[in-house]
Design a protein around this ligand. Structure first.
Ligand code: AMP
Length: 559
């Protein structure tokens, strides 16, 4: 089915043709004709980069009553960047529709200006939930004419803690509206929202067939954590024309990595929540215009960024919520272009990849971190290719040539080539001359996983299976914002024993491991019997028994 056959009006067809939309994407085929013909709720499972914005945006524009000055549509999305992006996309689709008014309502900007815009009359509001609710509570918006409520990236709105705001907004908008919910994942909480506020929604699932996932290859490199930055540099250096986003877990890590890259001579910058809106726009513009080639970003800051032609997404660290991986990788491979999503992992994170593989329904390909020699070769031939293909502007250089020839007349052709290569290339040769192999070989690390998938190798893990030590699993982890010292203090406080030697601490997302001398095992187990951490009951078990006890729990649940 073509856009024309869907029944979109000629002005919209003209605008999207100019944007290069030749054929509808899968989600557009599934939703546009349906929404045009039906006034019903819609629940769509679709990832970023699938053409979602046009999927909900085009029928909204088609169905608008241009004479009605009170808002008819509210589009809620998780971040101000996405809000601005959706408004900009809708404005482009509506280029040949006259007088369409869209208000972008988001936090961090002047609320009075936004209220003034609403007063002037708007057809559509794009908003973040917090600011929208604020304006509703101040009674500055008339909701009586709302026909459609779009929840875009609903899972992300919940991840960002907007559950209460969404509930409050959904309660306040008249029941006669249609709700169109779009989400990359469907956790229980989304189903709960759908059940509570939607009436027999028409369900659409865009599986593998989306422009994002289809063109993205997923690759991983495995190194020790201390070598992560080195691996990043090598990946960047071997991909001579990389234009990509490097995702980090925290603002601090984002700033640090960007700083290191800049110091090391890369065209990079950081995008994170500590920047003001104006600063963020400057960074985003620099990236969009390709003045920088590497954007180091947190998940939140990069939401809604629609940058064309990204070649790579690099997961410097995998996200805490593995579902976020889909959002990250969906930033590349857009609109039919090829892209790579790369994960730099340490040996313990291999089982996370397996979980992600289940979500994306694709396999990660193992890639060895390139050696210094491979990188130098790649860079050198890139340089040679560039030289071969460079356009020569005879007119501009002719006046200099004579004196250049004179200066170089004593050098042979071979000498000139050698010197020219060295000028451009010494940085790489020097840097990589003693570069070590930083790979953890794939064959070894397959063997290193015990049956239950946990790492049993490496210096720390080895300790856990030594005769005199017991390795414990404990259900507090990085998500509780604890550090090694906090964990040790927690153990001291709970056991009331201060001379326990605690070693081999591995802080994971929601759990951790540590080793203690076997003689303390019972003390630990007994004192943690009813222990709580910040009001939450703690589970603690010897690590090897965890699998069986979890299985027991699972089996019990199944019964
Ligand atoms: P979205 O999922 O809405 O963020 O869209 C991802 C990218 O695909 C954006 O750059 C859109 O402009 C582009 N796009 C959306 N629909 C189409 C289409 N039918 N043909 C080509 N590109 C599209």
């Amino acid at each position: 089915m073509t856009f024309k056959e869907m029944g979109l009006n000629p002005q919209i067809l003209k605008a999207i043709k100019e944007l290069g939309f030749e054929n509808p994407t899968q989600i557009q085929k599934e939703t546009i004709p349906f929404v045009l013909k039906n006034d019903r709720d819609l629940k769509a499972l679709a990832q970023t980069g699938t053409g979602k914005t046009a999927a909900f945006g085009l029928p909204i524009l088609e169905k608008l009553n241009m004479k009605e000055k009170n808002p008819q549509v509210i589009i809620l999305c998780p971040t101000r960047e996405l809000c601005v992006q959706i408004t900009s996309d809708l404005t482009k689709y509506a280029k040949y529709l006259s007088h369409i008014q869209i208000a972008s309502i988001y936090g961090g900007a002047n609320i009075e200006t936004q209220i003034r815009k609403l007063k002037q009359g708007v057809h559509i509001i794009t908003a973040t939930p917090g600011r929208m609710l604020d304006i509703i509570k101040r009674k500055k918006v008339d909701l009586s004419k709302i026909k459609t409520l779009v929840l875009d990236e609903a899972d992300e709105m919940l991840n960002m803690g907007f559950k209460d705001e969404l509930d409050a907004i959904l309660e306040k908008i008249p029941e006669t509206k249609n709700t169109h919910l779009f989400s990359a994942t469907m956790p229980k909480e989304i189903d709960a929202i759908a059940k509570k506020y939607m009436h027999e929604p028409y369900e659409v699932t865009i599986g593998k067939k989306n422009i994002g996932a289809e063109n993205v290859s997923h690759e991983y490199y495995m190194v020790h954590s201390k070598d992560r930055y080195l691996a990043l540099k090598r990946i960047v250096d071997v991909n001579t024309q990389i234009y990509g986003i490097i995702f980090c877990r925290t603002r601090k890590e984002t700033k640090d990595i960007a700083d290191y890259l800049i110091t090391d001579g890369y065209r990079a910058d950081a995008l994170h929540g500590d920047l003001s809106q104006a600063q963020r726009e400057i960074v985003t513009d620099k990236f969009r215009n390709k003045h920088i080639q590497l954007l180091v970003a947190t998940d939140v800051a990069a939401r809604g960024l629609d940058i064309k032609d990204l070649t790579h997404i690099i997961n410097y660290n995998l996200p805490d919520e593995i579902e976020l991986y889909t959002h990250r990788s969906g930033r590349t491979g857009r609109a039919g272009k090829q892209g790579s999503s790369i994960a730099i992992i340490n040996i313990k994170e291999k089982n996370l990849l397996k979980k992600i593989e289940r979500i994306i329904d694709k396999k990660f390909i193992y890639k060895p971190v390139p050696t210094g020699k491979e990188i130098c070769e790649k860079q050198l031939f890139y340089l040679i290719d560039k030289m071969q293909n460079v356009k020569i502007d005879e007119e501009k250089i002719s006046s200099f040539l004579e004196s250049i020839y004179q200066k170089l007349e004593n050098l042979s052709k071979e000498e000139v080539i050698k010197r020219f290569v060295s000028v451009e290339f010494n940085r790489f040769l020097e840097y990589y001359k003693d570069a070590k192999d930083i790979n953890i070989p794939e064959t070894n690390n397959e063997k290193s996983y015990s049956k239950n998938g946990r790492d049993t190798r490496g210096p720390k893990a080895n300790l856990s299976f030594s005769k005199n030590l017991t390795r414990f699993f404990i259900s507090v982890g990085r998500k509780d914002k604890i550090k090694n010292t906090d964990l040790i203090n927690f153990i001291y406080k709970t056991t009331k024993v201060k001379n326990i030697k605690i070693t081999g601490i591995d802080l994971m997302g929601t759990y951790s491991f540590f080793n203690v001398d076997k003689s303390f095992s019972n003390t630990i187990l007994n004192s943690f019997n009813n222990a709580e951490y910040k009001g939450r009951k703690i589970i603690i078990e010897p690590a090897e028994e965890l699998e069986t006890s979890q299985n027991r729990k699972r089996k019990r649940r199944r019964k």
